[in-house]
Design a protein around this ligand. Structure first.
Ligand code: PLP
Length: 390
């Protein structure tokens, strides 16, 4: 069956899982009570949150009491970095390819930003030199949202324990949860962020795992919810739906990774073969070709010389292919993203980068449409730019 639309922007957000939609509906209708209340309806809502907390704790390898519900990944990241600094003082450090929710929080407090190599792996030597007893929190993301590189968090934890033994380790697992077992991969982290809309839940809800003993000042004070770590009436429907999506994601993960890896490889190989001079951004190689084992299944990131990402995305959109770029327009000029800059991608290549991100719902037909459309669009843009130069 041919499709007319290929949604390849799952790293931006995923479609909601139907089960998650069904799970939230009762809490938008009859079971609408405020869980902080004292009557039977309130207790019903509170029980639903407690059940969701157990589920989220289970899939993240945490204790239920460690889970703090938030309004999403940004708030979880901010709470981790700023909450720790506000409680214990000291400095923060993070990798240069963090999401802005971490990077800007660290930079806003004069923190240290640690370089990555051309593959996007944090430089452990530089991390060691950035650490001293003054560092209170180190943040290294489990999976990067642009190129999909997976951190070696165990090695990062070892360096942190050796050089800043008092520091806590935070990991932003927002992009990782769909693809890897975060309970296992993040067991060396003291703080872990997730966001529901990246794995089939609703937007505007997420969680921060705060392991027992980690000192954290709240960013929102008021009603004392979440044991005083995050005030504000709970988003009951969102929390319940997040737990449903998380549980299905964890149950289906092995099969989903297998299926999506296959689709991603077909997409990447097809585009590399059809587009002269296209490269897979920062991808390591082994004797057999590109080694994608250190990347999440869902991301295919390419740099295409001789095109501008924005123009390419516009052409693709007209043909029903929705993707995103690694460059954005700030103050009227295209600028490469901080991630591509940190990886040392030459500016002219970064300006022609495109991220195609697949998700649990991506189909073969969508990949076929992308393979049909993208090479032709690139050729057209290259012809136009050749003509305008001659
Ligand atoms: N961290 C990463 C790695 C992300 O990709 C995102 C969203 O794109 C966020 C944090 C922010 O999450 P949210 O959209 O839930 O605020």
């Amino acid at each position: 069956m041919q499709v007319t639309v290929a949604y390849l922007d799952n790293a931006a957000t995923t479609p909601m899982r139907p089960e998650a939609v069904d799970a939230m509906m009762p809490f938008l209708r009859d079971r609408f009570a405020n869980p902080s209340g004292g009557h039977v309806l309130a207790r019903d809502a509170r029980n639903a949150i407690d059940e969701a907390r157990d589920v989220i704790a289970g899939v993240l390898g945490a204790e239920p009491g460690d889970v703090v519900f938030t309004s999403g990944g940004t708030e979880a990241d901010n709470l981790a970095i700023l909450g720790v600094l506000d409680r214990v003082g000291g400095a923060a450090a993070c990798s240069a390819i963090e999401h802005h929710a971490v990077l800007d929080a660290v930079v806003s407090r004069g923190g240290r930003v640690v370089a990555v190599d051309e593959h996007g792996m944090i430089d452990l030597g530089e991390l060691a030199s950035a650490l001293d007893p003054d560092v209170a929190i180190v943040s290294v993301m489990l999976a990067n949202n642009e190129v999909g590189v997976l951190a070696r968090l165990g090695e990062v934890a070892r360096v942190v324990h050796e050089h800043a033994p008092e520091a806590v380790l935070h990991t932003d697992a927002v992009q990782a949860f769909s693809w890897i077992d975060v309970a296992k991969a993040a067991r060396g982290a003291d703080l872990v962020s997730v966001s529901a809309h990246k794995f089939g839940g609703p937007k505007g809800v997420g969680a921060l795992v705060v392991r027992d003993g980690v000192g954290l000042a709240p960013r929102q004070i008021g009603g004392g919810q979440e044991r005083g770590r995050r005030g504000g009436t709970h988003n009951v429907a969102g929390i319940v739906a997040m737990a449903t999506a998380a549980s299905i994601t964890a149950d289906e993960r092995t099969e989903s990774v297998r299926r999506v890896t296959e689709l991603r490889d077909v997409l990447a190989e097809g585009l590399l073969a059809a587009i002269p001079d296209a490269i897979e951004t920062g991808m390591p190689r082994n004797s057999e070709g590109p080694d994608r084992s250190g990347r999440v299944a869902g991301i295919c990131h390419l740099c295409i010389a001789g095109v501008e990402s924005e123009a390419l995305l516009m052409l693709l959109e007209r043909s029903g292919v929705y993707a995103s770029a690694g460059a954005s327009c700030s103050s009227g000029a295209m600028e490469p993203s901080h991630v591509l800059e940190a990886m040392g991608v030459p500016r002219e290549l970064a300006l022609g980068s495109i991220r195609l991100s697949l998700g649990y719902a991506t189909t073969h037909e969508e990949v076929d449409l992308a393979l049909d459309v993208i090479p032709g669009a690139v050729e057209r843009l290259r012809r136009t730019s050749d003509r305008s130069r001659s």
